[in-house]
Design a protein around this ligand. Structure first.
Ligand SMILES: C[S@@+](CC[C@H](N)C(=O)[O-])C[C@H]1O[C@@H](n2cnc3c(N)ncnc32)[C@H](O)[C@@H]1O
Length: 276
């Protein structure tokens, strides 16, 4: 059960630490324990092909573990130059200096476009400031945050890790939240090929979508979830429908019932407010 007092106490202590932060720092230096760091990377499913960016990288531990344990490449950005020096030395000691980079940089100016995974142990208000930029990243980019969430952008998954000697707040555990950046599909889509008489009007709230598929004189209401680039309706009476978003295209990759013949067909994002 969520303990309101401990949540407030945790926030109060963390915020009082913020008051002691150096100029230019929004968040003080507190390390994620090793088991939390491992859980962050495991929940994000980090693999060799991934590029992990840790925003506010402290002593470099997240990026270093991503390279050492999972073979990924990484970038840590940190406002405190002495922590960047320490991270570079730690990476050398861990034998991963060729796979990771550390920069003295304000995380609000960091180019995030090369990341496949972003890790953060910041504060909720900092997460919220970053949220529009995170939502604009390539669909499928994974974001993990230690303890702090992102308001009404609900995580796809949250796990809880025991931290018996936790210094912040009263809980002796940490939360790890995962979000997968959903494709941005809100708007009007126009059918092509077999579906040239069809249109698809979608609304979106983060990972949820709903809308109407109109084909000649028929209408079908749709609602479902967006996982990265994939939109999926539940397998109900009309059967499951799966679409794949790619730039200005939405392709039907799986369809059942009277849409079965439309498998492989493509919608294009409408140039204006109609498909005609
Ligand atoms: C809570 S610590 C997390 C360190 C590390 N990511 C971890 O989980 O162990 C937050 C870090 O963010 C850094 N930081 C604060 N404001 C920053 C900013 N604007 N740009 C870059 N780093 C910042 C702090 O110096 C601190 O090292």
């Amino acid at each position: 059960m969520i303990n309101r007092f401990s949540v407030l106490a945790c926030a109060a202590i963390f915020v009082s630490l913020v008051a002691n932060a150096q100029p230019g720092e929004e968040v003080p230096f507190i390390t994620s324990p090793d088991n939390v760091t491992l859980e962050m990377l495991t929940l994000a499913g980090v693999k060799r092909e991934d590029h992990v960016i840790d925003l506010g990288s402290g002593d470099g531990r997240i990026v270093i573990l991503a390279a050492r344990r999972f073979g990924a490449t990484g970038l840590g950005v940190e406002i405190d130059p002495s922590l960047v020096q320490r991270s570079i030395a730690n990476a050398r000691d861990a034998g991963v200096a060729d796979r990771v980079e550390f920069r003295v940089q304000d995380l609000f100016t960091t180019d995030l476009s090369g990341a496949t995974v972003i890790t953060m142990y910041l504060l909720q208000e900092v997460n919220l400031q970053l949220r529009p930029r995170l939502l604009a990243l390539k669909p499928g980019t994974r974001i993990v945050s230690h303890d702090w969430d992102m308001g009404d952008w609900k995580p796809d998954r949250t796990t809880v890790v025991p931290v018996p000697d936790k210094q912040v707040g009263r809980e002796k555990s940490s939360k790890v939240h995962l979000w997968v950046v959903p494709a941005r599909v809100e708007g009007l889509w126009c059918g092509t090929g077999l579906l040239r008489d069809a249109s698809l009007k979608l609304a979106q709230a983060y990972q949820a979508f709903d809308g109407t598929l109109t084909w000649r004189d028929r209408k079908r209401e749709l609602a479902g979830q967006i996982a990265g680039a994939e939109l999926r309706t539940p397998a109900g009476r009309q059967g499951e429908l799966v679409l794949q978003a790619s730039g200005s295209e939405l392709r039907i990759t799986s369809a059942q019932g009277n849409l079965a013949l439309a498998q492989g067909q493509v919608f294009q994002r409408a140039a204006g407010d109609s498909c005609n």
